[in-house]
Design a protein around this ligand. Structure first.
Ligand code: GLA
Length: 703
């Protein structure tokens, strides 16, 4: 039973292994009660906290006690009101200037795995509805809120977050988060939280490669394989904020939602705003357990959850902007001979696009490069047995383009400021419905005219001068309305062209989040395709999202002194692709590539649909296992040796303890229990006779 009332005003959301308790405390406040392992009996769950008197925050005896109490107890959806200084989820301004929001409980509607809590402002016509959904099999709780103006004057929302997550009071928590930059995304950082606020955010219009809207809290001891971890994310592809706060009473709470920086949303009479969802969970299985819980959920909610992802070739690193029919045909011929299944032509194919200075906006084939349009190339690619894919960057415009000359007002800008370009481009204002409609129509025609099976949707700059001139809306709604516009354009195209596989990209992984993964099947996670750098980038990415969404190409970037084996093995940990100059690879390299691609096709169900277990995640030694039922595969990497005699050991995970398995290169079958308890010494570097940048792929088979 995912949800049941413990008594008249306490509700327990349960998943297979976890439980989450909330309810009305003795003061009538909606407070958090418990989040952790599911307990055997209802009586095991604690009573709900009420406030205790503390000078400056409450007066126990008088009528103001209620308004002060919110500072002292873990509220499910705190507002800015009364004597309260901790972070709220909601801050509003009513038409008369009052900026104090008092929400009263109206009713709760438990329904299967969902719980809906209705709240209403004490005086003003604002309804707030809190939504909870338990995802039992994934041990996740999903939360979001809707706000409705039921009156006849506008209400300004100055902050509207999706959730406040509370971890058990007491210990000092450690926050893990992912940060980075272009070509070095998803680097994990860990820090102990002290009283105060640690805030992470994006102000860039996209999710950003600087920080990801993901968090994990633990008591400082959790490892990859064990320990209590509370973790979560925000499913949103624009400006977001996350605030991890330790109050002066050592209560730790984490708020997450739309960024309130430079934000305001005017909720007009009769209007409703729904926040993005935040998804969070508790696990006792460490950071690996946290990752697998998210992977399971994300995999299920992808546009094409069941499709095995194809091995693709992408032209970008080889032909750059100089694509033309002849060089793409030549690459396609080589790619097909290696076993590639989808050929993707990247940037450079459209009108006037000879460098990054011109063309964006004019999405028809460049007549000089493709005198007969795209059809002959697509036919050629299809004739070789491959799907055809195409790169677009629809949200952008170069000032040097027909589109910009026709509609300069469509770009995001402040009329009195110079329009700052980045990569020589401006951003179309997708908050505007006319711009959305234009793009839907244009891209629909492109997809209808050709058998295009794959689209790489790029977004290569961050916002500046975030103006939306002449709008009747509150102009600061731009940040959120832009993202809703992207979702509308993409969602409409997906509906009209359900067979297309979509790849999300933003200069690499700059727009990577659970919101875009409702539209994109896979993500281009980094423009850094040099295999050693990718190990940490891929490991960080894999903390949030499953391998079937992680595109990884074998290229020529920084390949000295890397073997083709090492480069392939790194890319085979995700959705394998190629992006190197395969025309220049010699016969031995091509044979090796062909063999790796054949192997990948055999193991792809394990990598793309199996469970992921990191066996070693280190500065120089990495190992990851993908397990799908009785079949598994282990990849191991040694970048360099620090200690020449140190054995490189790993303990397998995720096996049935009593079943028996063989591991390639090791004699005899052993029980799952044996493989999981005794570390095996991996023969890294031995076959090649060199230790640096060596790798292994070992298959694991149940007998
Ligand atoms: C971005 C992408 C690259 C490539 C270029 C094309 O940088 O991340 O993969 O598509 O744009 O301009």
């Amino acid at each position: 039973m995912p949800l049941h009332p413990l008594d008249s005003d306490r509700w327990l959301l349960t998943t297979d292994h976890t439980a989450y308790l909330l309810g009305l405390n003795a003061d009538g406040r909606l407070v958090h009660g418990y989040w952790g392992p599911r307990l055997p009996y209802d009586d095991d769950y604690p009573a709900l906290p009420t406030y205790s008197h503390y000078p400056f925050n409450s007066d126990a005896a008088d009528e103001y006690a209620f308004t002060g109490a919110g500072h002292l107890v873990p509220e499910e959806y705190p507002t800015y009101e009364g004597v309260k200084y901790t972070e709220p989820c909601l801050k509003t301004a009513f038409a008369d200037g009052v900026r104090d929001t008092v929400l009263h409980f109206q009713r709760a509607a438990p329904d299967g795995e969902r719980l809906t809590i209705y709240l209403a402002e004490a005086v003003y016509p604002l309804r707030v509805t809190l939504h909870y959904r338990a995802h039992s099999a994934h041990d996740l709780i999903e939360r979001w809120a809707t706000l409705e103006n039921t009156g006849d004057t506008p209400i300004t929302l100055e902050r509207v977050w999706s959730a406040m997550w509370h971890v058990p009071a007491g210990p000092r928590y450690r926050l893990s988060h992912l940060h980075g930059r272009w070509k070095n995304e998803f680097q994990r950082a860990q820090e102990t939280l002290h009283p105060g606020i640690k805030r992470l955010e994006s102000r860039r219009l996209t999710t950003s490669s600087s920080h990801s809207p993901w968090f994990a809290l633990d008591e400082g001891q959790a490892t990859e394989t064990g320990g209590a971890v509370w973790f979560g994310l925000l499913a949103w592809s624009g400006n977001w904020a996350l605030s991890a706060e330790v109050t002066e009473f050592y209560r730790t709470q984490l708020g997450i939602g739309l960024n309130d920086w430079d934000f305001a949303w005017r909720l007009d009479p009769g209007e409703t705003l729904t926040t993005p969802a935040s998804l969070a969970g508790y696990t006792a299985a460490g950071f690996g357990g946290a990752a697998r819980a998210l992977h399971g959920y994300i995999r299920e909610h992808l546009p094409h959850p069941e499709h095995p992802r194809k091995v693709l070739y992408n032209s970008w690193e080889v032909t750059g902007f100089d694509v033309n029919e002849a060089n793409q045909r030549a690459l396609a011929d080589q790619a097909a001979a290696l076993g590639v299944e989808c050929f993707v032509m990247d940037d450079g194919w459209f009108h006037g696009r000879h460098s990054d200075r011109a063309g964006l906006g004019d999405w028809w084939p460049d007549a000089g490069k493709f005198p007969h349009g795209l059809a002959p190339l697509i036919e050629h690619v299809n004739g070789l047995g491959m799907d055809f894919g195409l790169w677009i960057e629809p949200e952008m415009v170069n000032p040097d383009s027909d589109l910009y000359r026709a509609h300069p007002d469509w770009a995001i800008h402040f009329p009195t400021r110079e329009r700052t370009t980045s990569r020589h481009q401006l951003i179309l204002n997708l908050a505007r419905q006319d711009v959305q409609d234009y793009l839907i129509d244009l891209l629909d025609k492109l997809l209808s005219a050709h058998p295009i099976a794959f689209i790489k949707w790029d977004m290569n700059r961050n916002a500046s001068q975030p103006g939306w001139p002449d709008t009747e809306r509150e102009p600061r709604e731009l940040w959120a309305r832009y993202v809703l516009g992207v979702y509308r354009v993409w969602g409409t195209l997906r509906e009209r062209h359900p067979g297309v596989i979509w790849q999300g990209c933003s200069g690499g992984g700059g727009r990577t989040d659970a919101g875009i993964l409702r539209h994109a099947d896979q993500i281009w996670i980094s423009d850094n395709t040099a295999a050693p750098g990718r190990l940490a980038i891929q490991a960080g990415y894999s903390q949030m999202f499953p391998a079937c969404t992680m595109e990884a190409w074998v290229t020529d970037m920084g390949h000295e002194p890397l073997s083709l084996d090492f480069r392939f093995h790194v890319s085979m940990c995700g959705v394998l692709g190629l992006g190197g100059d395969i025309r220049a690879w010699d016969e031995a390299e091509r044979d090796a590539a062909r063999a790796h691609i054949t192997t990948y096709k055999q193991i792809r169900p394990l990598v793309q649909f199996g469970e992921q277990y990191w066996l070693a995640k280190g500065d120089y030694f990495w190992a990851v296992q993908y397990q799908h039922g009785g079949q598994g595969v282990v990849f191991a990497f040694l970048t360099h040796r620090i200690d020449p005699v140190e054995p490189l050991r790993a303990r397998l995970q995720g096996l049935d303890p009593t079943a028996r398995y063989t591991l390639e290169g090791f004699d005899g079958a052993r029980s799952g229990a044996a493989w999981m308890s005794g570390a095996v010494q991996l023969p890294l570097g031995e076959p090649q006779g060199k230790t640096n940048f060596s790798s292994l792929l070992l298959r694991l088979t149940q007998v």
